[in-house]
Design a protein around this ligand. Structure first.
Ligand SMILES: Nc1ncnc2c1ncn2[C@@H]1O[C@H](COP(=O)(O)OP(=O)(O)O)[C@@H](O)[C@H]1O
Ligand SMILES: [Mg+2]
Length: 321
C-alpha cells in the first residue's frame, strides 16, 4: 500500500546551514579583511576571521589538528588566507595544516611560498615562456661589469628576493652604485637580484587581479614624480583600464603557473610585449577597488564558495596550466 508522504511546511524544512567562509588574517580591521567579511555576509555565508598567529598547529601521527588558542578551530568550509609578508613562514605552516585537514584553501601553501620568492616565481614563469625581465642572481664578488651586461647594462634594477610594496626595489644608474648596493646586501648576508630595467615602462606598471581563470579588475599604476616604483604604497596612483587580450592571457597564465586562485599580477608593458614582475598571493583590494569601483571581494567570495561546494560534492577541479 502506498504511504502518503507527509508534507513538511516550508517554514520547518531544514535549510542547509550557510557555508562557513574563514578569512585568515592578522586583523579584522584591515580593509581587505573587512571587505571579505562584508561580501560573505551579503552573499549569505557565515564569515569567520581567524588571526593567523593565534592558530596553533598540532602535528600528530594520523591526526592533523589546528587549535585557536586553547579552543579547537570550528569546522570550516573554505579558507581565504591573507598572509602578510612579515609572517610568511608561520602563515605557510597554518595554511599547510588546513590542507592536511582537507579544508579547501584559496591559495595553497605551495603556491604562496612560490609567490613570496621573486626569483623562484620568475624561474617558474620563465620556464613556461612567460615574458619576464632578464634577472640574475650571483654571489661571487667578481667584476660587476659582466653581471650588469648580462641584464642589459645600466641602469639596472637591484631587488631583494623577498619584498613588497616597493620596499627592497632599487635602481642603480652607475657601476659604483651597483657595486655599493651588492656589497652592502652581501655583507648583510642577503642574496640579491640584478634585473633588466624596462626603460619604456619607467614609473608605470599594470596590476591585474586574477580570481580563478579570470582577470576581475585591472589598473595602470603611475608612480609619483621622481619615483620609478609605481606601488600605491610608494605614492603611485591607479587608474582603471581595459586589459588587452595579451595582458589578460599573460596574467591568468602567470597565476595558473604559480598555482594561485587569487593573485595580483604585476606586469610591465615592454616593447617586446608584457613582462611579469611578480605574482602576489595576498594582494590588497583597497587600491584596486578604489580605482575601478569593482567588487573584487565579492568575486573572491563567490569563487571560494564554488570551491567549497565542489569539495563537499567530492569534486575537485584539477587545473591544467
Ligand atoms: N625591471 C623593472 N623595470 C622597470 N621598473 C621596475 C622593474 N622592476 C620593478 N619596477 C618598478 O618597481 C615596482 C615594484 O617592483 P615589484 O617587483 O613589483 O616589487 P614589490 O613586490 O615591492 O611590489 C614595480 O611596480 C615597477 O613600477
Ligand atoms: Mg609589486
Amino acid at each position: 500500500m502506498a504511504v502518503a508522504k507527509k508534507k513538511i511546511p516550508v517554514s520547518r524544512r531544514r535549510r542547509p546551514s550557510p557555508l562557513v567562509v574563514c578569512v585568515l588574517s592578522r586583523k579584522k580591521t584591515l580593509y581587505s579583511t573587512r571587505r571579505l567579511v562584508q561580501a560573505a555576509k551579503l552573499l549569505g555565508y557565515r564569515p569567520l576571521v581567524l588571526d593567523t598567529l593565534r592558530c596553533n598547529v598540532v602535528v600528530e601521527s594520523g591526526r592533523p589538528v589546528l587549535r585557536y588558542g586553547t579552543e579547537p578551530v570550528p569546522p570550516l568550509d573554505v579558507v581565504v588566507p591573507r598572509i602578510g609578508a612579515s609572517i610568511t613562514s608561520y602563515g605557510l605552516a597554518v595554511v599547510s595544516q588546513l590542507e592536511m585537514m582537507e579544508v579547501p584553501v584559496l591559495n595553497d601553501a605551495n603556491a604562496i611560498a612560490s609567490s613570496r620568492d621573486k626569483l623562484r616565481c620568475l624561474q617558474l614563469l620563465g620556464r613556461r615562456g612567460v615574458g619576464i625581465p632578464t634577472t640574475l642572481m650571483a654571489h661571487r664578488r667578481t667584476d660587476i661589469g659582466p653581471l650588469v651586461e648580462q641584464v642589459g647594462g645600466l641602469p639596472v634594477i637591484v631587488k631583494l628576493i623577498q619584498g613588497t610594496q616597493g620596499i627592497g626595489v632599487m635602481i642603480a644608474r652607475t657601476f659604483d652604485e651597483v657595486e655599493t648596493l651588492l656589497n652592502t646586501f652581501w655583507d648583510l648576508g642577503h642574496d640579491i637580484l640584478l634585473q633588466q630595467f624596462i626603460q619604456e615602462s619607467e614609473g608605470k606598471d599594470i596590476r591585474a587581479f586574477v580570481v580563478g581563470d579570470r582577470v576581475v579588475a585591472a589598473m595602470r599604476r603611475q608612480a609619483k614624480a621622481g619615483e620609478f616604483r609605481s606601488n600605491i604604497h610608494r605614492g603611485g596612483e591607479g587608474v582603471p583600464i581595459d586589459l588587452s587580450e595579451e595582458l589578460t592571457a599573460t596574467a591568468v597564465r602567470a597565476a595558473r603557473i604559480i598555482g594561485l586562485e587569487v593573485a595580483g599580477v604585476d606586469m610591465l608593458e615592454s616593447n617586446r610585449g608584457p613582462m611579469v614582475l611578480e605574482v602576489n598571493s595576498s594582494p590588497g583590494f583597497e587600491g584596486i577597488e578604489g580605482a575601478t569601483r569593482l567588487d573584487v571581494a565579492g568575486k573572491i567570495i563567490r569563487h571560494a564558495a564554488q570551491l567549497a561546494l565542489a569539495h563537499k560534492a567530492g569534486f575537485c577541479k584539477r587545473r591544467v596550466v
